[in-house]
Design a protein around this ligand. Structure first.
Ligand SMILES: [Zn+2]
Length: 221
């Protein structure tokens, strides 16, 4: 038997902060904000992932149908659950902080993320980001905040200072130097600023937005 119930609750809007933030998710860092905050994947989570990989290797060495394989399988499943719980907890805390501190949170839309940045390392992380982004939207809805998902294409190649976009702007994984205006920045920080800038036109006027805010107003995607 399963019982599920749904209840409608009044949103409890948080006081306005007049801050807005863009969030760039990555593989080296969990995310980097347009304010220049680098959010690391928690250590215990990284350790858990490592243990999981070791357990998976052990499992693949065990003979099919053997008792030791059964044991190894159980160990992998247990680690999986632990890592998933750790990730969920970290996502909750990170999303809660962003929602508490900002009226508007902008992030990359996931459905086109693969298209824009197209590499395997990122697509592996997509699952996790999907969970994080939906937590952001849920928390925004109950706190009267706004979450906007923007088209991520070229956010990592476009200069935030002058708008010039080309592949040569990126020097390596972490560094950004605009070939047009010479602006230098951390590449992901630059991208986070572009993500925020893309979200702003759809908000049009933050003052108007704030005036319109009511407990029932839900936003985001
Ligand atoms: Zn430039």
């Amino acid at each position: 038997w399963y019982v599920s119930y749904v209840c409608e609750v009044e949103a409890a809007p948080l006081p306005a902060t007049s801050s807005q933030v863009g969030v760039d998710v990555g593989t080296t860092w969990f995310c980097i904000t347009s304010d220049g905050e680098f959010v690391e994947n928690p250590r215990h989570f990284q350790r858990g992932m490592k243990r999981l990989r070791v357990a998976q290797r052990t499992l693949s060495r065990r003979k099919r149908g053997s008792n030791r394989r059964k044991k190894a399988k159980a160990a992998v499943a247990k680690l999986h659950r632990k890592v998933a719980r750790q990730r969920l907890d970290f996502h909750h805390k990170t999303a809660a902080k962003l929602i508490r501190e900002n009226d508007l949170v902008a992030h990359e839309a996931l459905n086109v993320l693969g298209m824009g940045k197209g590499n395997l390392a990122r697509s592996i992380h997509d699952v996790g980001w999907g969970q994080f982004f939906s937590l952001l939207s849920l928390k925004a809805a109950s706190a009267g905040r706004t979450v906007i998902a923007v088209d991520p294409r070229y956010t990592s190649q476009t200069c935030h200072e002058c708008g010039h976009a080309c592949r040569e702007n990126r020097i390596g994984q972490a560094k950004f130097r605009c070939v047009n205006c010479g602006h230098t920045a951390n590449a992901d920080h630059n991208a986070a600023k572009n993500i925020l800038a893309r979200a702003l036109p759809s908000v049009q006027n933050v003052e108007v937005m704030r005036g319109l805010r009511s407990p029932g107003l839900q936003s985001g995607e």
